[in-house]
Design a protein around this ligand. Structure first.
Ligand code: AKG
Ligand code: FE2
Length: 302
């Protein structure tokens, strides 16, 4: 049962044995596959990606349709996206979970408030759990609506399209994005993402910062689940059958290697030094979905 696996990995006392958590670079439960579409890198160096022909792409023997791209970002690319997720995305007109609690004045942003070294920052940092862009996900109804539609940043749409295209999904359009923020004790309960009109389109999930144990089961809650490490830069693409599998995040672990800091040509901007100290205790997941069917321009059209 998904729930039993979740409880096992979430436990603090006793802590879980991580021996069976799949580490794609070392596991016999995955098989390497190759990009199905040749793209030239020159056009998208601004997205912080490494050469596509060097990407390690895996599929899972026992999870049909789940694809894993092992961190395809350069260090500077990770720093770029981490800073975007912390500084630019949690602000208006995007929607944040903390909007409902009136924790920020109209002229304040989460970033400005949380990058000060004071008590208010310490209490506000862990309160941010998500930001939504594009079609805003309504967490109560699990629906999208035409009245709640904003913009997706162009570079995020572009990077998502590249991941989809490399795997053969030529027409992917990023129409909704959720940025999930996790502190070291956060979890995300098991769920299925079924609100999108087009569930044939892949769901793209990009992780940064601290490591997650990601748990993915089958389409039914009683199906057994597999645990997979998601480290900074890793990209998971849920396609085919796995698109409707139960999944969740029972545990966040401190990273064993801060891959965003590995190269020497450290761009030591003021923003990055603030983002760097936040990411030391944070995991970020960017979850990008296509909502509409190809050719459909809004939710009212069939
Ligand atoms: O944080 C993750 O890796 C998963 C997030 C997720 O499943 C979601 O936003 O629907
Ligand atoms: Fe999800």
């Amino acid at each position: 049962m998904f729930k039993d696996y979740f409880k096992y990995y979430k436990s603090r006392n006793p802590p879980p044995n991580l021996e069976n958590v799949i580490d794609v670079d070392k596991s016999t439960k995955v098989k390497q596959i190759f990009a199905t579409c040749a793209l030239t890198n020159s056009k998208f160096s601004h997205l912080g990606l490494t050469e596509i022909n060097s990407w390690r792409i895996y599929e899972f023997n026992d999870i049909t349709g789940l694809i894993f791209i092992k961190n395809p970002f350069m260090c500077a690319g990770q720093r770029y996206w981490i800073t975007k997720c912390l500084k630019d995305y949690p602000r208006k007109p995007n929607k944040l979970n903390i909007d409902a609690h009136s924790l920020l004045e109209d002229n304040e942003t989460w970033w400005d408030t949380c990058t000060k070294n004071d008590e208010r920052a310490s209490s506000l940092i862990p309160r941010l759990r998500w930001a939504t862009m594009g079609y805003h996900h309504n967490w109560d109804t699990k629906n999208y609506s035409e009245d709640l539609r904003g913009e997706i940043p162009e570079d995020l749409a572009e990077v998502s399209k590249i991941f989809a295209q490399v795997l053969g999904f030529r027409d992917f359009n990023a129409e909704a994005a959720i940025i999930n923020y996790y502190r070291m004790n956060s979890t995300l309960a098991g769920h299925v993402d079924h609100s999108e009109v087009d569930i044939q389109a892949p769901l793209i999930s990009i992780s940064f910062g601290q490591t997650a144990v990601f748990l993915i089961g089958g389409p039914r809650p009683e199906d057994p689940a597999h645990a997979v490490f998601l480290r900074s830069g890793d990209v998971v693409v849920m396609t085919g059958q796995s698109r409707l599998n139960y999944h969740g995040v029972p545990k966040i672990l401190p990273t064993d290697s801060s891959t965003w800091d590995l190269d020497n040509n450290f761009f030591d901007s003021d923003d990055w030094s603030k983002a760097r100290s936040l990411i030391n205790q944070t995991r970020i997941n960017i979850n990008v979905r296509q909502v509409l069917k190809p050719g459909q321009s809004n939710l009212y059209q069939s």
